[in-house]
Design a protein around this ligand. Structure first.
Ligand SMILES: NC(=O)c1ccc[n+]([C@@H]2O[C@H](COP(=O)([O-])OP(=O)(O)OC[C@H]3O[C@@H](n4cnc5c(N)ncnc54)[C@H](O)[C@@H]3O)[C@@H](O)[C@H]2O)c1
Ligand SMILES: O=C(O)C(=O)C[C@@H](O)[C@H](O)[C@H](O)COP(=O)(O)O
Ligand SMILES: [Zn+2]
Length: 361
C-alpha cells in the first residue's frame, strides 16, 4: 500500500492506495482517531456489491455502523436527496464524534462530504472511492457539493476528509464507460501538469483499459500526487487550484444543458477539454498540433469530442455561472503545451461563440 499525504489544514490527511486495501478500513479509521457510530453512505449499485463487506469490516473494528443507499446517478447530488440522508443521520443519533463513510463514486463522495460539512455544523468523514474518477479526483481536495437545476455544484463547501482509502481491486466491477470517464480526469492532469503522465497514457492504453493493477496504481498515485500538491498550495481556489478545472467551464455547461445524465461528468470534461484546447489555439496560445494531440488521446480512450445535442445559445448562460467567474468575467484555463496551462479572464465572447459552434455541430 502506498501513501500520499495532503498537507492541508492543521494536520493534513493521508490517501492510502493499493490492491485489496478495503479490509484495512476499520483499523485505518481507528489509527486516525475515529471511533463510535459510522453512517456508510453509498448508492444502491455500490451498496449491493460492497455494502455488507464494509459493514462487517467496520463492526470488526468496533464501529456501530449502518448503511444508507441513495439512488445511483447524478440526480442524487441534490438538496432533496441530502434531506433524506440528514433524516437518517438524526434518527441514527450521529453526534459530532461520529463519522460518515462515503462508499461510492463522485456522486456519493460529494454528497457525503456535503452532509458531513453541514450536519451539526461539521462531523468527520472518510472517503472510500469506488470509481476511477473518484479515486483520481473527487475523493481528494475537499470540494463537496450538491447541484442546482441552474448549474453544477452550486451549493457546497470546502471540507476535507479525515482519510481517503483507495482499493484498486474495486475497479474490477466498474463498467467500461465509467472507467473512461475517470480517464478523462487523468488526461486532464497530464495536460495541466505532467507531460510524462500524458505520454504514459498515450503509450499504455491497452493495460490501462484492461485495468491491469500496475497501470492503475501508477496513474492513480500520480493523479493524487498532482491534486494534493495543487490543493496544498491553494485549498480555496483563489488562483492555482483553477487549473484543476481545465475543461470544466464548458464541461459543466454541457452536463447542465443535457439535464445531468446524457453525458457523464468525465465525458463532459473531455468535450470541455477539446473546447478549451481549440479556444487556446484560436487565441494563438498553443499550436494546432497540441489541439490534435489532445483530440487524439480523448478518442483513444473512447471519450466524446463534441456534444451535438447542445446549442451555443443554451450553453452561454451556464458559462457565466461558472464558479471561477468574478464580476461576470469567466476565468478560462487554457493550454500552452502538454503539461503547461495558464488562466485568462479576457477571452473575447466572439471567440468563445465560435468554439461552442465547433463542439456542438
Ligand atoms: N469533488 C471533486 O473534486 C470532484 C471531482 C471530480 C468529479 N466530481 C463529481 O463526481 C461526480 C461523478 O462521479 P463518478 O464519475 O464517480 O460517478 P458516480 O458516482 O455516479 O458513479 C458512476 C456509476 O458507477 C457505479 N459504480 C461506482 N463504483 C462502482 C464499482 N466499483 N463497480 C460497479 N459500479 C460502480 C455507480 O453506481 C454509478 O452508477 C460528478 O458529480 C462530479 O461533479 C467531484
Ligand atoms: O478539485 C478541484 O478543484 C476541481 O476542479 C476538480 C474537478 O475535477 C471537479 O469536477 C470539481 O468538482 C469541479 O468543481 P467546481 O468548483 O467547478 O464545481
Ligand atoms: Zn471534474
Amino acid at each position: 500500500m502506498e501513501e500520499v499525504k495532503v498537507k492541508v489544514g492543521q494536520d493534513g490527511y493521508s490517501i492510502y492506495i493499493g490492491q485489496h486495501t478495503l479490509a484495512q478500513l476499520g483499523s485505518l479509521m481507528g489509527r486516525n482517531g475515529l471511533t463510535g457510530k459510522a453512517l456508510v453512505l453509498t448508492d444502491a449499485q455500490v451498496g449491493a456489491l460492497y455494502g455488507e463487506q464494509v459493514l462487517g469490516i467496520l463492526a470488526e473494528a468496533g464501529f456501530t455502523a449502518e448503511l444508507f443507499a441513495v439512488p445511483p446517478g447524478e440526480d442524487s447530488k441534490s438538496l432533496a436527496v441530502a434531506e433524506t440522508v440528514f433524516s437518517k443521520a438524526i434518527t441514527m443519533g450521529l453526534d459530532r464524534k461520529s463519522v460518515i463513510v462515503a462508499l461510492g463514486g463522485g456522486v456519493v463522495g460529494d454528497l457525503a462530504g456535503f452532509i458531513a460539512a453541514t450536519y451539526l455544523r461539521g462531523i468527520p468523514f472518510v472517503q472510500v472511492p469506488t470509481t476511477l474518477l473518484a479515486q483520481v479526483d473527487s475523493s481528494v481536495g475537499g470540494k463537496v457539493a450538491v447541484n442546482h437545476a441552474l448549474g453544477k455544484n452550486l451549493i457546497g463547501a470546502f471540507y476535507q476528509p479525515r482519510l481517503v482509502l483507495i482499493d484498486i481491486a474495486l475497479l474490477q466491477s466498474l463498467p467500461e464507460r465509467e472507467l473512461a470517464s475517470g480517464l478523462a480526469e487523468v488526461i486532464k492532469y497530464g495536460i495541466i501538469e505532467d507531460a510524462d503522465l500524458f505520454s504514459y497514457l498515450q503509450k499504455n492504453s491497452r493495460p490501462v483499459l484492461a485495468k491491469e493493477p500496475e497501470a492503475l496504481q501508477h496513474i492513480i498515485k500520480r493523479s493524487c500526487e498532482i491534486k494534493a500538491a495543487v490543493v496544498e498550495q491553494d485549498e480555496k481556489e483563489n488562483s492555482l487550484r483553477m487549473i484543476l478545472n481545465f475543461g470544466h467551464t464548458i464541461g459543466h455547461a454541457v452536463e447542465a444543458d443535457t439535464g445531468f445524465g446524457l453525458y457523464s461528468h468525465g465525458e463532459s470534461v473531455a468535450i470541455g477539454m477539446v473546447g478549451a484546447a481549440s479556444l487556446s489555439a484560436a487565441l494563438g496560445l498553443c499550436s494546432q498540433e497540441t489541439v490534435d494531440t489532445i483530440r487524439c488521446i480523448i478518442a483513444q480512450y473512447n471519450l466524446p469530442l463534441g456534444a451535438p445535442e447542445c446549442t451555443t445559445d443554451r450553453l452561454m448562460p451556464f458559462l457565466v455561472r461558472d464558479k471561477k467567474a468574478v464580476g461576470g468575467k469567466i476565468h478560462w484555463v487554457l493550454v500552452r503545451s502538454i503539461g503547461s496551462v495558464l488562466i485568462k479572464d479576457d477571452v473575447p465572447p466572439m471567440t468563445v461563440d465560435e468554439i461552442l459552434q465547433e463542439i456542438t455541430c
